[in-house]
Design a protein around this ligand. Structure first.
Ligand code: NI
Length: 297
């Protein structure tokens, strides 16, 4: 009916606006709205994002609750983040459904290979904040992490509370781990995570200027180290993950690895795509989008 047309247009505009403004694209909007809300604004994706097949579905896969979970798509994304973009990150302010899954305290001789198997089956790339001492114990597993396309980060050599150490001791923790990773894999870590998340602002700044590492915290913490059981770890992560989030977990603990098939499949079903921490940092929008498009940054 022609007389209804303005009302229909108004309704869908309001719904689209609500989905966009409130970030409700993931499961909160009706199907019809989701398609529209899911389409990112033109130019929002960087040129390095691989084209996704469906033209109306450039940012999101339609969430599915039944059947096998989708595989993480192949993505040819830049990992070159700007050193000036920040010193500390727990998330990146983006609306596209990219997240970074991170695993601390490995490599572990049994749990890490088991985790790598299930990530490979799903084409998921994660970031491993390894302890240098464990890298020296298990160089072949460390090599496998890198060979399978995951990113590796510096989580110190002995996993002590860095706020209680001298600058020289912190420097030694960073250097020994960086060198152990380089010996085992041939690559250098590009970010660091402090044990227990404990690092003074002053330390973050000098580590950033001396090593080039931003300090990587997290936006999602399932407290898996308290061993609440795999299903609790999964439900905590599914409940609190939002676009741009950095997710914390520990491949040190067997129940955490047990939780990962359900967690990863659940996030894939919700339309999330997994990238490494450096790839996520590289997506950080510039301060002013208008300036960014003209400055060629
Ligand atoms: Ni740790």
């Amino acid at each position: 009916m022609p007389s209804n047309l303005p009302a229909i247009l108004m309704k869908s505009t309001i719904a689209l606006l609500a989905c966009t403004v409130l970030g409700m694209g993931l499961g909160s909007c009706s199907n019809a709205d989701k398609q529209e809300a899911a389409a990112p604004t033109p130019g929002a994706e960087t040129e390095t994002v691989a084209p996704v097949k469906s033209p109306q579905n450039r940012g999101y896969q339609t969430p599915t609750t039944r059947g096998p979970a989708p595989r993480n798509p192949d993505m040819n994304l830049s990992a070159n983040f700007s050193r000036s973009s920040g010193v500390t990150f727990s998330r990146v302010p983006i609306s596209q459904p990219y997240v970074a899954l991170t695993f601390d305290d490995g490599p572990h001789p049994q749990n890490t290979p088991r985790l790598l198997d299930l990530l490979r089956e799903r084409n998921v790339k994660a970031t491993f904040y390894v302890i240098g001492r464990n890298v020296d114990l298990y160089p072949a597993i460390t090599r496998r992490i890198v060979a399978e396309g995951h990113e590796i980060g510096n989580h110190t050599y002995t996993h002590r509370n860095m706020t209680k150490l001298s600058d020289d001791a912190v420097r030694e923790e960073m250097t020994k781990t960086r060198d152990a990773i380089a010996r085992a894999t041939g690559v250098q870590p590009r970010t660091m995570r402090p044990p227990y998340g404990a690092l003074l602002q002053r330390q973050r700044e000098w580590i950033h200027s001396e090593f080039g590492y931003p300090t990587i915290m997290w936006a999602v913490d399932p407290r898996d180290w308290q061993r609440p059981g795999p299903s609790v770890v999964t439900s905590r992560i599914l409940a609190s993950t939002t676009p741009g989030a950095i997710i914390l977990a520990h491949d040190l603990h067997a129940p955490t690895v047990d939780a990962m098939p359900g967690t990863v499949d659940g996030l894939l079903r919700k339309g999330y795509k997994f990238v490494t921490v450096s790839q996520l940092l590289a997506m950080k929008p510039s301060e002013s989008p208008a300036q960014a498009s003209t400055s060629g940054e």
